[in-house]
Design a protein around this ligand. Structure first.
Ligand code: 13P
Length: 267
């Protein structure tokens, strides 16, 4: 079954992880503001630490950038010391990264917790960027499809077909993330995985939903190699870790996205 994908705005997401305090983040945003233009067909999203979201939201030019949370708690309010809920982030962020492998591995986030978080984000009007991907061991054992299937079906189980259309799925093989080995995935392999992800969505929610879902790639992306992944058919953007905290590299990735769209005549 072939799934046609209509071109969408290219989504470039910078996941700053546990880097950049408030003043460092503010300085980086200032430099990015000067360098990055307003693009009709490219959406640039920054995911700073929770602490930095509020000050950045005041500084940000919303025509150029959107904000994402790196995580949040699925209950809206209650006696949950130390947590911040999606409900509290509603007015601050458009997106939330959910199910990142660092959270699955270091913080033992289960399939069930991730399902609750996805549902809570959607309930609160925040678009989940659901991260899925297999470990090296799972890849070697030929379990990649099973892992992706389980992560996707479980995370999206509480959603309707209408909810699904707004979801972003980031395929991030754990072994390709810089801090877990940083092996470069071959674009033709990535395409197969992205097609598989879309087929999973089509099986669950129909072809139309599968077309509407945006699928990103993440894993050691920088300005030199971004276009190799951005030009994969059906790839709607990239999720960038390390390189997103570097002004030159991150703006170089946005430039690469711009060049591709211009070359492809989408502009
Ligand atoms: P790197 O780009 O540093 O490999 O990180 C990828 C990632 O985890 C983005 O969420």
């Amino acid at each position: 079954m072939a799934i046609t994908t209509t071109p969408k705005r290219t989504l470039i997401v910078g996941n700053w992880k546990l880097h950049l305090n408030t003043s460092q983040a503010s300085l980086l945003l200032h430099r990015l503001h000067e360098r990055i233009k307003i693009y009709r067909d490219i959406e640039v999203v920054l995911a700073p630490s929770m602490l930095v979201l509020q000050p950045l939201s005041v500084q940000i030019d919303r025509r150029k950038f959107r904000l994402a949370a790196q995580n949040a708690f699925h209950k809206d309010t209650g006696a949950y010391t130390g947590e911040v809920s999606f409900a509290m982030l509603q007015d601050l962020v458009h997106y939330a990264i959910i199910g990142h492998s660092e959270r699955r591995i270091y913080f033992n986030e289960s399939l069930e917790m991730i399902r609750e978080k996805v549902a809570s984000a959607v309930r609160n009007g925040i678009t989940p960027i659901l991260c899925v991907g297999e470990t090296k061991e799972e890849n070697r054992a030929g379990e990649t499809k099973q892992v992706l299937h389980d992560q996707i079906t479980s995370a999206l189980a509480n959603l309707t077909a209408t909810d699904i259309k707004k979801i972003v799925i980031a395929y991030e093989p754990v072994w390709a993330i810089s801090t877990f080995g940083g092996e470069l995935a071959k674009p033709d392999e990535v395409k197969k995985r992205m097609d598989f992800i879309r087929h999973q969505i089509a099986d669950l929610y129909g072809k139309r939903a599968a077309d509407r879902v945006r699928v990103l790639y993440g894993g050691s992306i920088d300005h030199d190699i971004a276009s190799g992944y951005l030009s994969i058919e059906g790839c709607d953007g990239v999720l960038v870790g390390g390189a997103s905290t570097n002004y030159q590299k991150f703006s170089g990735i946005v430039d690469a996205a711009y060049r591709l769209r211009y070359r492809d005549g989408v502009e």
